[in-house]
Structure formats: C-alpha cells, structure tokens
Write a protein that binds this ligand. Structure first.
Ligand SMILES: [Zn+2]
Length: 147
C-alpha cells in the first residue's frame, strides 16, 4: 500500500451536508398524518388498525428500525392526549355545564379511548420525527444491510 499519496491529486468528494439530507419537517408530518411512509409518502405504514408493515412497499424503509424503537411514539400519544384533556377540563370547568363527577367521567372516557384511536397517528408521527433527525438508512443500518 502506498502511504505517500498526495491528497491534492484526488478528485474532491462532495458529501451532502447533514442539513441537505433531511426532509422538511412539514412534509414528513403531512405524510405521517396520512399514515404514509415518511421517507417517500407512497405506501401505507399500517395494514390494519394496529398491525404495521415491516417496511415500506415502495422505498423499503424499515418502520421498526430496532427493538424498542417504536416506544418513542408513546411520548407523542401522551403529549397530545394530555394537552387535550387539560384544554377540555378548563373548557368544562369555566363553561360550568357539568358536575365534577360528570367531568371526571367524560375526561376519563376520553383519556382512555382517544389514545387507542390516536395510536397509529402517534406511531406515524414518531417515525416521521425520527426520519427527520436520523434519516433511514443510517451508517449502522447500511452496514447491516450489506452483510
Ligand atoms: Zn417509503
């Protein structure tokens, strides 16, 4: 091996900067709210109410990148549910149209049912958020795929 290579003679390699390789967050969120692959927007993430495809049928992006990866969606679900419950509580409290017991029942039912309905959107938003900050495939995933 020749260690005396003059790097000035080598053609300049142009790598995209990290910022250039990121998709705009608004486009990723729009794709997530339509439950489509955040990377290409062409194929659905889910094949049922709770069942996900392993990877995108159009571009091959893996939706569950690693064990425990999808747990991050819980943060999105909790934040949205908690925010809505607080807003609804104050609206009902100051609207003064329900008793305390009725408010508790309404908000308890909402806090149980809404996260179940929002589950798919929370996962899609999490995957889109992750796609923005760590686009698929990253270096480690490229290494694993090449084996
Ligand atoms: Zn895709």
């Amino acid at each position: 091996m020749n260690d005396n290579v003059d790097l000035r003679d080598q053609p300049a390699v142009k790598y995209p900067s990290e910022r250039e390789s990121r998709s705009p967050l608004g486009r990723l969120q729009w794709r997530a709210l339509r439950l489509k692959c955040p990377a290409c927007g062409a194929a659905p993430i889910f094949r049922g109410w709770f069942a996900m495809h392993d990877s995108c049928a159009a571009c091959g992006r893996r939706f569950n990148r690693d064990a425990g990866y999808l747990l991050g969606s819980i943060y999105f679900n909790y934040a949205v549910t908690g925010t809505l419950v607080v807003i609804m509580y104050f609206a009902m409290f100051f609207g003064d149209f329900l008793t305390d017991r009725q408010r508790l029942l309404v908000l308890g039912a909402f806090a149980s049912l809404f996260p179940t309905w929002f589950f798919r959107y929370a996962r899609a938003l999490w995957i889109a958020f992750d796609e923005h900050w760590d686009p698929w495939p990253n270096d480690e995933e490229l290494r694993r795929m090449s084996k």
